[in-house]
Design a protein. Sequence first.
Length: 331
Amino acid sequence: MVHRVAVFVMNGVIPFELGIPARIFGVARGSDGRRLYEVRTCAALPGPVRTDSDFAVEVPHGPEALAEADTVVVPASHELGTAYTEGRLAPEAAAAFARIRPGTRTVSICTGSYVLAAAGLLDGRPATTHWRNAEHFQRLFPRVAVDPDVLFIDDGDVLTSAGVAAGIDLCLHIVRRDHGTAVANRVARRCVVPPWRDGGQSQYIDTPVPEPAVTTTAAARAWALSHLDAPLTLREMAGREAMSVRTFTRRFRAEMGVSPGRWLTRQRIDRARQLLEDTDLPVDEIARRCGFGTAASMRHHLQSGLGVSPSAYRRTFRAARPVGAAAAPTG
């Protein structure tokens, strides 16, 4: 069945964030071309809703769409009302959220997290929001474990993202979680965005960072991606850019937001995911091709990075593809 997504809109909604769910979920297709998500925009009262720009949007659906949704997304707004000032939902928003069925996945983009927190959905859970709001958010909702550094947090049935483009990262992650890497990569290519961004919000916070004399580590990254099966060393990667290990590490972190080692592990995990989904190769062989060396090492990294074993991941995402369907190219 098509997964139903309801996007809950409030006055002052930011158009960019409002458009993310419709764009990402709207272009997701299965290998047979079928639409995987149905996106409906709704509000506490249907009709025109103010944006933070010089135009309004016509919202066709009321809160009944929340009762029918499998996933509810709350984009950012500059008019959050009592959710922002007092940490509680206004009566009309509270009545709308009361329609959400137990077990429905709830998602926030940027300051939409205030709405989820005011509804009590983030109590005792990890969550994130735009880094500029993190301190205020934590004071207003002390029961939420706020992480201001990450691009998004997946806590099972509740997911939150940082500001603006991090909403794209989160929605792509949801597609990847629901239907696998190949589908998410197709969506990313269609939308001309990277399927995965490394690092967290810290790389976007306005702090004084010295401009490096050499402005990119792209050649080393490209070389590493083509040699993931080899036991790569930091010295080899630095040598590709004719830098010392210390200089390369500093510049790599400035550009990517993470250390070379963490980035390399992330690429190997992504390669392993693709091979687990799209091939019948034994786990030992996949571990070798991804540079993990042994199945035990790969199992450790997937458990740490994804929370699942290789066999469990394969069962989940191989089962999502119709029998006989061809694997889509990745990249």
